[in-house]
Structures are given as structure tokens and as C-alpha cells.
Design a protein around this ligand. Structure first.
Ligand code: NAP
Ligand code: SF4
Length: 676
């Protein structure tokens, strides 16, 4: 027990094992699971989280059979020869005093390979392969595969398994009429559709015996048409409890759902209302998931009785010491997951290794180490945007003497602008984290200083790091000196108020942010779960199948009329991540933002912005033109410093502004700082 967050830190007795607290590291595929050679890295990644005091870890999904693969040659456990690599993981976690369950994930029709199977031969919208419908014997074979996989997991030293029954994977496909059109004993009524989940749970429990954790992850809300009804979810919860599940985990939304469920615009703990209903139906512990990123949120939902445990995946990628810091009351030092998905989910969906935008060490624990320096030096870091902050803090943590110069009166650079965009408020947490970290590691922070090269050279620094960021690119458009023209930073910072008719030049990440900012104004309704449910047409009780409705009440469309323009023909925000781009576009469409592509800019004058779209000339009678046409490096200090012969390093936007993103900036800064 601890005075800080008493519910979060009350132990949970499972009968044969006691969990020391209520925080579970939820399953998150990292890509390291898929290759035998990466299991050493995977072990180090999990060991670090176990050391950080998380009560229980659940691995990324491991297929129980070849047909259950997520993709060709992805992780699978169906033979004893694979045990050795898993033992690296279980031993590493146990050595740190932790506990770990292996998730058994059969992808069903979500498998990206020609051997995929499903209850019925219905292809999903998001995969190119049509699944083969399982025969009745094939169904029994898959049930046996789950049981064998669980037995092998036990042999490999895992403390339990999680049966993946949500997110639209095989078990979920059996449950939903959308994907189960079978006429044998595995399809038809709700009770029959449930039999596969029940049979798998029973088979696993029988195979592993009583003193082994069996978690069933059920889909609390499918968020697709033809998904389960709320009452069917309750029946399933009771049925898997009876079949031998130790605990219930919850998943929200199938991968093909068109409702954002993990993005930063989803209010924190919005879905705990669902676990609270499930919990009332069963006697076993229930876990809440999705957008629980800070201890006070977790504590509040546990205190309300919405769940027995919280499952955090991305927040533990962002900060492996999340639990330890919370227990010590040092939650202001937590490196908070900002739900950007940029370095985790987006990379995994692109078949790359996961990491974390705010913690580039994630999944690089064996090589990106912050070790004390043997030769402490004095460094000047110029610019306190994400790159400068990460570099200064890491250098100081290693024992260097660091001064950080920032011309603004606050740290953060462009993160301050991002935090003002509706749905991106979480970015402010990163600034809170760095503000505190600079103090903890002892960086000499000098705000409001527009430092010049001669002043820097007067001080006795051994080296300089330029993290002076980027400035807006000035496109070649006639009339850009017109008073109606402004740059994105003027608008997002609030220094300039846009008029009622606005043209946004550029439809990259910044253009999308500016259009959202202008269109949503001060609307904060969507930050509340009810407002968010209304905006995205979610029926959390799932009285309608899958909990999706046609009734969407969007934020009030502002009086403002907004055009977002680009020269190219691709979709707006095309460079944004796979998990976020569609959400931004859907929201802008709903807000009535007019998106024009294939635009040629002609001029700006008192009548507005004149453009050509194909052969058609158009004059947009706008009061404000906002330029979001990318950035250029800002590194005027470089020449003055380079002449002096002391080492100068240029990082972040000052180094390369094209396709600059915070993930690249922070990673580059951290990698530099560990080598100096
Ligand atoms: P960007 O993604 O490069 O977009 C710049 C936009 O300006 C494009 O629409 C480009 O499209 C247009 N453009 C470029 N040169 C132009 C010119 N000379 N005249 C007129 N238009 C021009 O840059 P950004 O929007 O500044 O974003 C910078 C980086 O931050 C990107 O990597 C972005 O992904 C990232 N970011 C991410 C998020 C997020 O939510 N994940 C948010 C903000 C920024 P056309 O050439 O087709 O006109
Ligand atoms: Fe969270 Fe973004 Fe890190 Fe993913 S990359 S864990 S969403 S902060």
C-alpha cells in the first residue's frame, strides 16, 4: 500500500498468485516478437518494465498456428523448438521480480497472408486476402492449437496467457454476425456464435491446470456494423468466467472500425463506463483499457469501481518507470504518452519496429543507454524545442554541465503550438515532463535569451548543440506581403485572430492542425466522453449492433468558412500516420472544411486568394490566408560558431526541416547526447 493512489497500489489476490498493484502492461505488438534474433532485445524491453514495478506484463500477440499468423513469418508458438527464445523473455522478467503472460492471437481473416482462415469466407476491408472458411474439423483443430500454445507458453515460463478475443481477430469474428454466417454448431444464434470463445477458454484452462493465469480479452464494443450487442457481451463475459478465465481484459473497436479509440482526441478513460457494466456481471477481476495515461485517471476509475485493474500499453512504452514513479508520488516526472501513435502503432502497421516518440529508448534498450560520462564537459544547447530539451536533459543526466538557451519565455517550441490544437492537448504533458526533468537533472535553463554567437563564445563551453528549429517556408506566391496573409505560428499561438473566411495554404500536418484549430474554435465538448461519443456516433451501451449509430452530432460547424488547399493531388494530410490521418480528415469533412487539391496559387490581393484548379480560375473571398507550406531550417548561429573550432552539432529542424517530425528530432537529440 502507498499513500499515493491507494486503489492503484492495493494488491490483488488471484488465489494462486498475488499481484502487487493494479497496473497491467497491455499487449502491444512491437515487431521484436517476430524474429528469433530479436528476442534478446525483447527481453531487455520487458525486463525494464518489470523493473519499473508493473504488476503483470502481457506480450504482443503470438499466433497458435500458421493459419493464425498476423503476417508471413510473424510470431507463432506451436512447437517446442521455439521455447528457447521465449525463455529469454520470461527469465529476464522473473529476474526483475515481474510476472508475464503471453498473448495468444489468432488473426483469422486479419491475417496478411494467403493461408488465413475465418468462420466464413468474408474478406475484411483492411486486408487483401480472402480467408478460407474453417470446416467443422478445422474449428476443432484451431481450438486444440490454442490449448497446445498455452501449454507451450507454460513450459516457456510464462505466468499465464491472454486469449485475444477482441479487436476483430478470429474469436471476435466468430462472435459477430458480421463475419460469422455459419450454419453448423459454431454459428447462428448468439449462444452458438459464442461457443468458439467458450471452447477455446475451456480447452486452455483444462490444458494448463488451475494455477496459471488465463485472461480473456473480450471486445467490450466492436464499433462496426453487425458487431455484438451490449447484452451479448455481458453473456460472453459470464460464459468465459464459467469456462475458467482468471480475469477479463477489454478491447475497444475492431481494427476496421471508423471510430478513433486510441488517438489523442479520445478523452482519457472514456471507455471505463463499459468495464463498469461488465464488472457488475462477473465475479472475476476486469481490466479497463484505452487512454489511461496518468495515475490520477487510473486511480479515479478504480476508486469509482469501474474496473479492478488498468491495462496500459503505450504509457509504459513512453515511461517504463510509470508505476514506480506513481508509487513514489513522483507522477510529475512521468514521461506521459501523448497518444500520437507516431512511433508505436503507425510504425507497427508499416511493418517497422515500434518505439516511442517521447522515449526513443523504447525497444532500443540494449543499445541506447544513458550512461554517466567519464569526462564531464560544458555544453551549450540553443533552442528548447523537443530536440533541444531531449538533448539537454540527456546530457545533464549523464553528468555534463549543460546550459540551455531559449529566446521564448517558455520551453517547448512548436509543441506549444501543437498543444493548442483541439484534440492535441496531451502535448502539454510532454512540456510538463521536460520542465520538471530539467530541474531534476540540473540543466541551467536560460529563458528569454536571444543568444548570439559572440556571447556564446565568451563563455567557456566545450561544445555547442544547435536546436534552433525551423521557420515557416515562404512560398513564391504574388501578394504574400498582403496584411491578410499570416503564418501558422501566428494563428496557432493566438497572436493573430483569423477572419471568418480563411484559406489555408498547405495540407500537411500543420495545415490540418491549423484548419482543425480554426474550425473547432473553443469547442471543448468533444473532450468529454459524452461529447466524443456523440461526435463519432458511438452507442456505448451497444443497444445497436456493434455500438455504432448513424446519429452523429458533430461539434457545431462554426460561422467560419475554411478552405484547405494543396498543389498536389493526394489526399490532405497524406503524410500523417495511418492511425491518425483518416481521423483528421473525417473530422475536417464533418466540420465543413472544403479541401481542394491540384491547386495553383495565382495571387493574394484585397479581394482574397486567387487560384486555379485545373483550368478553372477561382477567387476565394477570404479575410485571412494562413501559410502552412512546410518549414526551413533556422541555423543562423552556425557560421559564427563553426569558425571557432569547437564542436558544433546541429539537430532537429535546424538540421533538416523537410518532413521534420518530433519523433525524428527527439531520437536524433537523444542519440547524439548519449555519445558526447
Ligand atoms: P509538410 O507535411 O511538408 O506539408 C507542407 C504542405 O505545404 C504540403 O501540403 C505541401 O503540399 C505544401 N507546400 C510545400 N511547398 C509549398 C510551396 N512552395 N507552395 C505552396 N505549398 C507548398 O509540412 P508541415 O505541414 O509543416 O509538417 C511538418 C512535419 O510535421 C511533417 O512531417 C508532418 O507530418 C509533421 N506534423 C505531424 C503532425 C501530426 O499530427 N502527426 C502535425 C503537424 C506536423 P503541396 O506541395 O501538394 O502543395
Ligand atoms: Fe504514446 Fe506516441 Fe509514444 Fe506511442 S509514440 S507510446 S502514442 S507517446
Amino acid at each position: 500500500m502507498t499513500d499515493h493512489f491507494p486503489h492503484l497500489f492495493s494488491p490483488l489476490d488471484l488465489g494462486f498468485m498475488t499481484l502487487p498493484n493494479r497496473v497491467v502492461m497491455g499487449s502491444m505488438h512491437t515487431g521484436l516478437e517476430d524474429r528469433s534474433r530479436d528476442y534478446g532485445k525483447l527481453a531487455a524491453y520487458f525486463a525494464e518494465r518489470a523493473r519499473g514495478e508493473v504488476a503483470l506484463i502481457i506480450t504482443g500477440g503470438i499466433a497458435p498456428s500458421l493459419s493464425g499468423w498476423l503476417a508471413p513469418f510473424s510470431a507463432r508458438l506451436d512447437r517446442r523448438s521455439q521455447l528457447r527464445r521465449h525463455r529469454l523473455v520470461t527469465n529476464a522478467v522473473h529476474d526483475e521480480g515481474g510476472r508475464i503472460c503471453m498473448q495468444i492471437l489468432h488473426a483469422g481473416r486479419y491475417g496478411h497472408h494467403p493461408f488465413c482462415v475465418a468462420p466464413s469466407a468474408i474478406r475484411s476491408r483492411i486486408t487483401p486476402f480472402s480467408p478460407r472458411a474453417l470446416t467443422t474439423r478445422g474449428v476443432s483443430r484451431q481450438i486444440r492449437a490454442y490449448a497446445r500454445c498455452a501449454v507451450l507458453a507454460r513450459e516457456a515460463g510464462y505466468d499465464g496467457v491472454e486469449i485475444m478475443g477482441s479487436e476483430g481477430y478470429l474469436i471476435n469474428q466468430f462472435l459477430a454476425p458480421r463475419t460469422n454466417r455459419r450454419t453448423d454448431r459454431w454459428g447462428g444464434s448468439a449462444v452458438r456464435r459464442m461457443q468458439f470463445a467458450v471452447a477455446v477458454t475451456e480447452a486452455v484452462r483444462t490444458a494448463v491446470g488451475p494455477d496459471f493465469i488465463v485472461i480473456f480479452r473480450l471486445s467490450a464494443l466492436d464499433l462496426v456494423e453487425g458487431g455484438s450487442l451490449g447484452e451479448e457481451v455481458m453473456q460472453l463475459a459470464a460464459a468465459v468466467e464459467k469456462s475458467g478465465a482468471t480475469m477479463l481484459d477489454t478491447g475497444i473497436g475492431w481494427h476496421e472500425a471508423r471510430v478513433p479509440t486510441v488517438q489523442s482526441l479520445v478523452p482519457r478513460a472514456a471507455y471505463s463506463v463499459l468495464t463498469s457494466r461488465i464488472r457488475a456481471h462477473v465475479g472475476i477481476p476486469v481490466m479497463a483499457t484505452n487512454r489511461i495515461n496518468m495515475p490520477e485517471t487510473a486511480e479515479a476509475l478504480l476508486a469509482r469501481g469501474d474496473a479492478d485493474l488498468v491495462s496500459l500499453a503505450r504509457p509504459l512504452l513512453a515511461d517504463p518507470d510509470w508505476v514506480h514513479k506513481a508509487r513514489k508520488g513522483r507522477d510529475d516526472q512521468i514521461n506521459t504518452c501523448i497518444a500520437c501513435n507516431q512511433s508505436c502503432l503507425d510504425r507497427v502497421f508499416a511493418r517497422r519496429y515500434a518505439s516511442c516518440l517521447v522515449n526513443p529508448r523504447c525497444c532500443n534498450e540494449t543499445e541506447l543507454n544513458v550512461v554517466p560520462t567519464r569526462v564531464p564537459r560544458r555544453y551549450a544547447v540553443v533552442g528548447a524545442g523537443p530536440a533541444g530539451l531531449a538533448c539537454a536533459a540527456t546530457l545533464a543526466e549523464r553528468g555534463h554541465d549543460v546550459s540551455l538557451f531559449e529566446q521564448d519565455s517558455r520551453i517547448g517550441g512548436q509543441f506549444n503550438l501543437a498543444a493548442r490544437v483541439p484534440g492535441k492537448e496531451e502535448f502539454a504533458e510532454t512540456l510538463r515532463y521536460f520542465r520538471r526533468r530539467l530541474v531534476v537533472v540540473g540543466v541551467d535553463l536560460r529563458l528569454g535569451v536571444h543568444i548570439q554567437a559572440p556571447d556564446l563564445l565568451k563563455e567557456d563551453f566545450d561544445g555547442f548543440i544547435l536546436a534552433t528549429g525551423a521557420r515557416p517556408r515562404l512560398p513564391m506566391i504574388t501578394g504574400l506581403d498582403h496584411p491578410a496573409v499570416h503564418y501558422y505560428d501566428e494563428i496557432l499561438s493566438g497572436r493573430v485572430r483569423a477572419g471568418n473566411h480563411v484559406a489555408v495554404i498547405g495540407a500537411g500536418g500543420v495545415g490540418v492542425d491549423v484548419a482543425t484549430f480554426l474550425a473547432m474554435g473553443n469547442d471543448r465538448n468533444s473532450r468529454h466522453p459524452d461529447g466524443y461519443f456523440r461526435e463519432w456516433g458511438v452507442d456505448p451501451l451497444a443497444a445497436t449492433r456493434g455500438g455504432v449509430t448513424d446519429v452523429k452530432t458533430r461539434p457545431p460547424v462554426p460561422e467560419r468558412r475554411i478552405w484547405m488547399l494543396r498543389r498536389g493531388h493526394g489526399k490532405p494530410g497524406a503524410g500523417l500516420g495511418r492511425t491518425t490521418g483518416w481521423v483528421h480528415r473525417a473530422r475536417l469533412r464533418a466540420l465543413g472544411v472544403e479541401m481542394l487539391t491540384g491547386v495553383t496559387y495565382e495571387r493574394v490581393d484585397d479581394e482574397g486568394l486567387h487560384i486555379r484548379v485545373g483550368t478553372e480560375h477561382r477567387s476565394l473571398a477570404v479575410h485571412t490566408v494562413v501559410v502552412c507550406a512546410g518549414q526551413e531550417p533556422q541555423r543562423e548561429l552556425l557560421a559564427g560558431l563553426e569558425r571557432q573550432g569547437r564542436p558544433v552539432h546541429v539537430i532537429g529542424g535546424a538540421d533538416q526541416a523537410v518532413e521534420l517530425d518530433a519523433a525524428r528530432a527527439i531520437e536524433q537529440a537523444t542519440r547524439l547526447a548519449v555519445t558526447l
